[in-house]
Design a protein around this ligand. Structure first.
Ligand SMILES: [Mn+2]
Length: 341
């Protein structure tokens, strides 16, 4: 069984690298730190957790032990990537991970495959990678402590949008119940991860919402964050997280898109769907590197924002009108929608 194989690998390893994708989020950070604490209970290995979490995770147990990618030096006996494929590692970390003697992936993304790893724990039915780690913990016989429970809850709450998205299952709630029984402060964790905005972030939100535009008879809603807007609001890129999730819950809207100008010639699009349109396909139609889940997808475009805003709405309208329906990949994807690329 892969679960037992992983336990065996962890016990035999001297040096372990644990990482999520370079664009980390609540699930990848919660998964890494929870798995790290579990590993330390069953093994004497030295564990390095790579990543650079943003402000909303600064109070999490174990977060101060995270090391920025560029400071990580191999070799490692075991490399474990969680919540995303190794193609999403930073240019510095990717070769370090690939050089590890044994490589493992633990993930719930539909698009992740076992090739390129020595061991793969893939469960696309899990709402979050933290849900997989929670199951792993029970199988390893590791006792659930308060810190680990808090970390797992962060990932679960992040990837389900607070148990709102359709990926939330009975299994999700059963694990959440175990975490609450362990004594976590669920309300504080939820507010910190999903609700709280910085003063600059609130100003930014107001400006972005005011500038949003409706297309296709009100079924497509598009908003943009320019570098100027960020600066004038006193906000950071991390303050754009969650805005697109608000946009999509506008009545009549089927698809919402937030375009964030990251650099003068680079735009990150985040796409959300209410279910009729498969936004992973829409993202891929905009650029081959785009993708994600049916209801939550993303794509990075190496183009100026003004050009993207000129060209993209028509492309999206086309995709919404002709095909890109959720049923097109029905054979590959269950109806749930984990993630938030
Ligand atoms: Mn995830």
């Amino acid at each position: 069984m892969p679960v037992d194989e992983l336990l065996d690998l962890v016990r035999r390893a001297g040096r372990i690298l644990l990482t999520g994708p370079s664009d980390s989020d609540g699930d990848s950070i919660g998964s890494c730190l929870a798995l790290s604490s579990m590993i330390q209970k069953v093994s004497n290995a030295k564990v390095l957790v790579a990543g650079r979490p943003d402000r909303r995770y600064s109070n999490l147990p174990g977060i101060s032990a995270m090391v920025e990618d560029h400071l990580i030096q191999g070799p490692f006996d075991l490399g474990i990537i969680v919540d995303g494929d190794q193609r999403r590692l930073s240019p510095h970390l990717a070769p370090v991970f690939q050089a590890a003697t044994t490589r493992v992936i633990v993930d719930h993304h539909y698009s992740s495959r076992a090739d390129g790893y020595d061991l793969a724990l893939l469960d696309p039915g899990a709402a979050s990678t933290c849900e997989i780690i929670g199951g792993l913990m029970a199988r390893w016989g590791v006792e659930l402590d308060l810190d680990t429970a808090s970390l797992l809850y962060v990932g679960m709450v992040f990837d389900t949008g607070g148990f709102l998205h359709s990926n939330t299952s009975a299994r999700t709630h059963l694990l959440a119940a175990r975490l609450l029984r362990a004594g976590i402060d669920h309300s504080r964790l939820h507010v910190r991860v999903l609700m709280e905005r910085s003063p600059g972030g609130i100003k930014l939100l107001g400006n972005v919402l005011a500038g949003a535009s409706f297309h296709e008879q009100g079924t497509v809603l598009i908003a943009a964050v320019t570098m100027d807007l960020l600066e004038s609001a006193g906000a950071e890129l991390e303050d754009t997280v969650g805005i697109v999730d608000m946009l999509v819950y506008t009545s009549g809207v089927e698809v919402a898109i937030l375009a964030v100008e990251r650099k003068p010639r680079q735009v990150k699009l985040s796409l959300r769907s209410r279910g009729k349109v498969n936004v992973a396909l829409v993202a891929r139609s905009l650029d081959p590197g785009g993708g994600g889940h049916e209801r939550a997808a993303g794509v990075v475009l190496e183009k100026p924002l003004a050009r993207v805003l000129e060209w993209m709405p028509r492309k999206v309208a086309n995709a919404v009108r002709h095909g890109s329906s959720a049923s097109q990949e029905a054979g590959r994807q269950p109806p749930g929608a984990p993630g938030k690329p």
